[in-house]
Ligand binder design. Sequence first.
Ligand code: FA5
Length: 345
Amino acid sequence: MALAEFLAELESLEAAARQSLAAAADASALEAARVEFLGAKSGRLKSVQKQLGTIPGPDKPAAGKRFNEAKLAIEAALTMAQERLERSATQAAAAPFDPTLPGPRPRLGHLHPLTQTIEELKDIMGRLGFTVATGPEIEDERHNFEALNIPASHPARDPLENFYLSVAGVATGEPLLLRSQTSTVQIRVMESTPPPVRIISLGRVYRPDTADATHYPMFHQIEGLLIDRKVTMADLKSVLRLFASSFLGGDVHIRFRPSFFPFTEPSVEVDMSWHDTHAGGAIRWIEMGGAGMVDPHVLRAVGYDPEEVTGFAFGLGVERVCARRHGVSDIREFYRNDVRFLHQF
Ligand code: FA5
């Protein structure tokens, strides 16, 4: 056989083999193509190989070289086809794509647990007839101290115990500070509203306290104030008990300890029971807030007649009741802004 004829035959064999191997749609079609072209006994490549012997002597090296190239090319095409079929088998084994399933839902944000608490506290107190009042976070000394019967000599007015601002009031030239308690709102409401009064006020307050599990330099208080005829300490206690059981659940105990606030007389501190899971469920008491009967001095200072009306006031720490409600043992968690923590609420 002439070299040219041999090379042409090899050429068309290689092209046919490539085409069949690439077109094989499954393992048996591929095997059939392999046997047809590369079969050891009667494969088409084998029969071409046999013709090598008929090539004239001087052309033999060129013919042999080309034959080996064609053989390697066909074997490579076979490997590629095998890999292609393996890949599609793996894909088919994976879960089939179902276009009718709903798409992945984007993770939605939600209100911060403290904001949720504030909203719920407004709701609970609203059902008891208390409306929401607000006041500024930047206060003057009159509302933060004097009208609350806290004299200039009182340790609560120490500049080290408060965040005083370096600028004074524009109109008055008097010192200004970030309010240290929401009791300021009591004064603002009583100054502008004749009795009866039944309000709550929720908001941020600021104290240079060192942060720990129950303290933070900025925190929230809920203030309550009820002024009317014949209001007694018993009313205060029942409102606080109702408030605690509504927000913290029926199993919560609250206790009242005698205390002192310049603007209430008598005054109490209010504790809530806490099952300490870190101490085998032992009951601990955590201070939740302060309360008392509004001092007659305060009533007089805002123009009320203490012979006509009496009232109670309370101020509770929002972080602490929120922590008790959710079993969070450290209020600093609320301010770390770790979404893994916040996501749970
Ligand atoms: C007051 O602030 C009074 N104004 C409460 C009051 C209102 C008494 C009306 C009488 C009548 P006291 O400083 O104890 O009180 O704070 C009240 C509550 O705020 C505490 O019981 C506690 O729950 C919370 N609290 C106080 N300091 C911090 C702080 N640094 N971080 C978080 N919560 C605090």
